[in-house]
Every structure is written in C-alpha cells, then in structure tokens.
Design a protein around this ligand. Sequence first.
Ligand SMILES: Cc1cc2nc3c(=O)[nH]c(=O)nc-3n(C[C@H](O)[C@H](O)[C@H](O)COP(=O)(O)OP(=O)(O)OC[C@H]3O[C@@H](n4cnc5c(N)ncnc54)[C@H](O)[C@@H]3O)c2cc1C
Length: 350
Amino acid sequence: MKGMKFSFLCKKKPQPTGKRVAIVGAGPAGLTAAGYLVCKGHNVDIYDKMPEPGGLMLFVIPEFRIPVERVRLGAKELEEEFEVTYYPRTKVMEGERLDEGDEFYERVVGLDELRENYDAVLIATGIWNVRRIGIPGDDLEGILSPLELLFWIKGHELGYVPGEKVPDLKGKKVGIIGAGLTAVDTAFECSRLGADVEIFYRRTIREAPAGAYEINILRNRGVKWFELVTPKRVIGENGRVKAIELLRTRLGKPDETGRRRPIPIEGSEFQVPVDYLVFAIGMVSTPPVNGEYLATDNRGRIVVDGRHMTSVEGIFAAGDVVNGPTKVGRAIKDGLYAAVSIDEWLRGEL
Ligand SMILES: Cc1cc2nc3c(=O)[nH]c(=O)nc-3n(C[C@H](O)[C@H](O)[C@H](O)COP(=O)(O)OP(=O)(O)OC[C@H]3O[C@@H](n4cnc5c(N)ncnc54)[C@H](O)[C@@H]3O)c2cc1C
C-alpha cells in the first residue's frame, strides 16, 4: 500500500534554510504544511496530543474510507526522509481547557514558548470539542460523546485503549441525534459492534449533511432512520438513560444555511426507548488557547488574514480550527496554502 504523499514537492530534503517551524496538530492540515515546508528546506517539529500523527484520519474516520496504513506511511516518510520530529502526547495550550482526546496527553507546552523558540508557528488543531445540546437529562449515564466513543473504538484497534473502555454495545439500542459525518460514522461503528442503531434527524434525508449515499449504506446495514424529529428531553431511571422524548417537526422557510428550518410541532411528543444516546449535533474549533492570546470569531474559530496569519505576528493557522468542520481535502488545501505563506514570510517576501 502507498502512503499519503505529504512531501509531494520534492524527493529528498533540500539545502537547509536554518529556519525552524513548529506545527501544532498532526492532522491533514498540519502534515501537508509540514510536507511543503520541508521541501523548502525548513526544519519542522510537530506537536500533537495524541499518541501518533494522523489526527481524525487516524483516530476517527473508518478504515474503509482512509486506511490507517496510508496515513502511517505518509507520516513516517516525513520523519525518516525529511527529519521531521514528532512530539506526541503533547498538548499545546495557553490557559486551560478540557477537550476531547485529552486522556492521551502526558505533557503540556505553552503556545508562547513555541513562539519564542521557533521562527514561525502553525496551528492546525481542528475541532476537538463536541457541541452540547442543553436539554433536560443530557448528563445522564449512558449519554456518550461521539468523538470519545470513536476514539475508544479506533484507539482500541490501534492498541492505545484497553478493551474494557469500549462499551459492550452488542444487542443494545443506541440512539444517535444528528445527520453529519460524525453521526453516520458513529452509527456505522456502533452497528459494526452489534448495536441496534437508530438515527434521529430534525430535517429530511435530502438536507442531511452526510448525504443520502452514506445514509443509504447505513440503512442497508439495518440502521433505522427517523426524519423530522427533534429531541425534547432525555428520560432516565436511577441516573441512567432509558428513553429519548422527541417532538415531530415540519420544515419552514430556509435559514442562514439555505436549508429549510425545522419547526417543532407542539403536542407531538413521543418516546423511544434507548440504552445509549449519542448527540452528534456539531463540533467546535479548539484553538490551543483559552483567553485573550489570539483573535477568534463568535464561533471560536481562529481569525486569520489573507496570509493565514493570526492576530499574533508569526503564528499562522489552517484547517478546521479556522474553517469549522469541513473535510480532509479542504484541510489539506488549507494547510498547503498556509505553508506557502509561511515560507514566503520566512524569506521576507510577504
Ligand atoms: C467523525 C468524523 C468523520 C469524518 N469523516 C470524514 C470523511 O470520511 N472524509 C472526509 O474528507 N472528512 C471527514 N471528516 C472531516 C475531517 O476529518 C476533517 O475535516 C479533517 O481531519 C480536518 O483536518 P485538520 O488537520 O484541520 O484537523 P484534525 O484532523 O482534527 O487534526 C487536528 C490535530 O490536532 C491535534 N490537537 C488538537 N488540539 C491540540 C492541542 N491543544 N495540542 C496539541 N495537539 C492538538 C489533534 O490531536 C489532531 O491530531 C470527518 C470528521 C469527523 C469528526
């Protein structure tokens, strides 16, 4: 199998420029930027809180879409042929914040420390927080974070998570709220582990962000699909989830996303029994700062200028942490464009 080719510009390390770049986040954006920068002769170190590079491609996306081996070979080539140094299990942070996947890190490095020790820094830390729904009962036992669940399942297969961490889902009823990639991947993995899965979505399949193709694959696996419903509350017993109460919806006029807005229908409540519930209703950007260090917008995404530079001189950003949830291709493109700017800036051409 061929590895992903992050250093597609060159075959071997060119004459060194003597410039050092720190990249925070070894997902597709960070690894692509590294591949470009090493081909321009810069020295690259990559910091990541997970045990090995790859980001969501390695720890979340199912094997049939992106094989683990392709990611591993690509990351290894950067290390062996281009002297990229990885600092795994290292969370970069100014201030404090708990994010998904934090159980894997063993040390913390300040963003300011990287800024002082490198000529440039690229932040590519993605969207590692799950949006909370905020309805009664959403903190009951049996409510799982989709990312945490996917980390446990994939992390176990990669040898980083003990088997007992992965919930035994065989024959269990798992309800999933949402219809994006996170929802369908969670549904796929739960059904693979033998669960009886039901997806609840407030619009129809036509508006589902994951697309009808992915949803039909799930339906063919026996995953049930409820359209036009929205959760009202979670019902528990002895502190544990027992059922989800839903309201039916109808579609109104298009909202700011261009999709028709779901409007709950008063008095249409009904309950569906579940053993586990997963709210996969969105992910939030996770810059390695909590506080005033660099500018973010009202959705927590890092604000960059046309050069991909943040509000702090010498610190650049790319990928989902800037754009919000996108796809691997977009993150790769963004990482590449940011790297072009970093190279020009280091050469004093920008
Ligand atoms: C469940 C799910 C399924 C998806 N399926 C697909 C798919 O099938 N096809 C597709 O094209 N896209 C898919 N996507 C989207 C795709 O994975 C992302 O758009 C892409 O990975 C973003 O790349 P990135 O480099 O910006 O961030 P990420 O891939 O998220 O990488 C960010 C890296 O930063 C590290 N990190 C985060 N915070 C810190 C910190 N403070 N310090 C140090 N390291 C940190 C993380 O460990 C991670 O390695 C999916 C997304 C999800 C959530």
